[in-house]
Each structure stands twice: as structure tokens, then as C-alpha cells.
Design a binder for this molecule. Structure first.
Ligand code: DGY
Length: 327
């Protein structure tokens, strides 16, 4: 067979944004690749159009892989999401259609935990407020009451969700003298709890006790707006909220209201309810630290995520079990 004929027989994989770490090279001789040249996030119709002829897709968390998209692409066998979260994919529809979904756990755990701590420390010690003041020429000399923050030592860190990332955040807590409580539907085994020195609490009790609440649950129908107006109000007065999970876990408008009223000391957000849009009033608040969804954003982690997604995509197309299978 001529080599062009052989190449034509290879499965088509659509990659919706550039991949780092030389990941695209892994496809050579094993799949035909179409890398989308896009300017911004793809809508459902554009994504369906782009994937229509594809056997595989390598997608990102901004790609809406909905039921309509999946139904429009009957040849699709695998969607490899370059993210640990898969809330951008209709998993039920994928399962019903026999489309395998893979994700990229583990490689981003430590980087995301580091970023959660960057937000905790940044809010507690008003790091960005200080930076802004110095840059604006507002620093006129040391003063005893300048930008006073809160101490973390001896306080309670409340983790909502104790999967890989929650546990990595918990492992860092002793370095800052914090005690750990966590909440999630399923309690961890005793041995894991004692290794992490973490106490399981019902969510309402955790919110009442924690000085810092850090969110690490996936976005599902159960966790959408888990931190609603009532639960935000149930947080300890003067506490800090950190979200490196998914924006829709928090009612952002209610958060703005409680921050504005000074019920909370501050918040550190890496993700937003209607990302990339912000709730009205959020950007004007001095006591929030806002990041542009950087949880996994280190060069080495993004390289590893890209290679993991491509490897799993190829595994499915070549009839093997992918390592990081979701459905
Ligand atoms: C994930 O992997 O889900 C992260 O949010 C991506 O940075």
C-alpha cells in the first residue's frame, strides 16, 4: 500500500487547542491529526462541526462536549479531556453512546494544591493588596497598622472534598500550623484520616468551625452551588473562602454580598461561576484575590497533561484500555 493510502486509513483525531510537551508527535504514524485554529472558546455548533468526522477528540475544559455534540458525531470513540475535571462533558450521553472519556489526574495534584495555598496565604496576609499599594506609590513608610492580616497558626483549615487535591492541600497544613477538618459524603478510611491528621465533619459543622474553607470537590449536579447564600452565611465570621475547584460550586453573587458586608475576611478565587465573566462587583472588592484559572498552570504539568491525554486517546483508538478512564 502506498504511504498516502496508509495515512488516509488512520483514524482522525481533532485536537481543539495546541498541546505542549511534544504531545502531538505521539500521534505520528498512528492517527491523522487536525489541530483547530480557533480564536476563542468554541460553541456547541462549532465543536460538533469540527468533530463530525473524528474518531478521537482531545479537548479542554472550555469545550462543551454536550449530548448534542456527541449525537452529531456518531464516529467518535474517545474524548480525552486535558483536565482532571470532566464537567464540560456530558458523561451520561457519552456512556449511552459508547464514547470513552479520559482525563488527566495526578500530574496536576501538587501544582493545584500549591496554588490553593498561594491563595490562602495571599488572602490571609493581603499580599496582592500590598503589591497594589506599593506599585501605586501608596507606601509612605512602615506603620504598625498597615494592611493587617490574619494568622493561620492554630486555626482550622476546612476542606470541602478530600480527593487527590484536597489531600495534597491537607498534607501542607502542618507546615503552617493549621488543623484540618474535611467534609465529603464518603468518610475516608481511619488510616488515611490519621495519616493526614484530618477530622471528618458534616458540611454545616465544617463551615461553622473553619477559619479557612478551601473547595476541592468536582462540579456535579450535587455540588453545583453547594456554597449557596445560606452556606456562605453559615461560614464563621471573618473566615476566608478559597476556590480552585470549579466556579459554579459557589453562588458568586452572594459571595460578593457577604464580602462587601465584611462578613468574611476575604476570598481567593481561581475559578468563576460564569468563567471568564465575573459577578458584578467582584473586581472592585479589595479583599478578594482573583486568578485566571491557573491551578495546573506550570510548564511541566501542562506538558504531562497533554502527553497523558494523547496516550489515552491512542490507547482507545488502538483497542487498548486507557489508563485514565472516566466512562
Ligand atoms: C483541571 O484539570 O480540571 C484544571 O482545572 C485545569 O487546570
Amino acid at each position: 500500500m502506498r504511504s498516502e493510502d496508509a495515512a488516509r486509513k488512520l483514524p482522525l483525531v481533532v485536537v481543539t487547542a495546541p498541546l505542549s510537551g511534544g504531545a502531538l508527535a505521539l500521534f505520528e504514524g498512528r492517527a491523522r491529526v487536525k489541530l483547530l485554529d480557533r480564536r476563542g472558546p468554541l460553541g456547541e455548533a462549532e465543536l460538533a462541526e469540527a468533530l463530525r468526522e473524528a474518531s478521537g477528540a482531545v479537548t479542554f475544559l472550555t469545550d462543551p462536549v454536550t449530548r448534542a455534540v456527541l449525537e452529531a458525531c456518531p464516529g467518535l470513540r474517545v474524548v480525552s479531556n486535558v483536565a482532571v475535571g470532566t464537567d464540560n462533558i456530558d458523561l451520561e450521553a457519552a456512556r449511552a453512546q459508547g464514547v470513552v472519556v479520559t482525563h488527566t489526574p495526578d500530574v496536576l495534584t501538587e501544582a493545584t494544591a500549591d496554588l490553593a495555598w498561594a491563595l490562602i496565604l495571599g488572602v490571609a496576609r493581603r499580599v496582592v493588596e500590598g503589591d497594589r499599594m506599593v506599585r501605586a506609590g501608596g507606601f509612605s513608610g512602615w506603620a504598625p497598622d498597615l494592611l493587617l492580616g490574619v494568622d493561620l497558626r492554630g486555626k482550622i483549615l476546612g476542606l470541602v472534598g478530600m480527593g487527590r487535591i484536597g489531600r495534597a492541600v491537607a498534607r501542607r497544613a502542618p507546615a503552617f500550623g493549621m488543623r484540618v477538618a474535611y467534609s465529603q459524603p464518603r468518610r475516608l478510611e481511619d488510616s488515611v484520616e490519621s495519616a493526614l491528621n484530618a477530622r471528618h465533619l458534616p458540611l454545616e459543622d465544617l463551615l461553622a468551625a473553619a477559619d479557612v474553607v478551601s473547595l476541592h470537590c468536582p462540579l456535579t449536579s450535587e455540588t453545583r452551588r453547594l456554597m449557596d447564600r445560606r452556606r456562605l452565611l453559615a461560614m464563621k465570621p471573618g473566615a476566608i473562602l478559597v476556590n480552585t475547584a470549579r466556579g459554579p460550586v459557589v453562588d458568586e453573587e452572594a459571595l460578593v454580598e457577604w464580602l462587601r458586608q465584611g462578613r468574611l475576611f476575604g476570598a481567593g478565587l481561581d475559578v468563576y461561576e460564569r468563567e471568564p465573566a465575573l459577578a458584578p462587583g467582584l473586581r472592585e472588592l479589595p479583599n478578594v484575590l482573583l486568578l485566571p484559572h491557573l491551578g495546573s498552570a506550570t510548564g511541566a504539568v501542562r506538558d504531562a497533561m497533554a502527553r497523558m491525554a494523547v496516550t489515552d486517546c491512542l490507547a482507545v483508538l488502538e483497542g487498548r484500555q486507557p489508563e485514565h478512564w472516566v466512562v
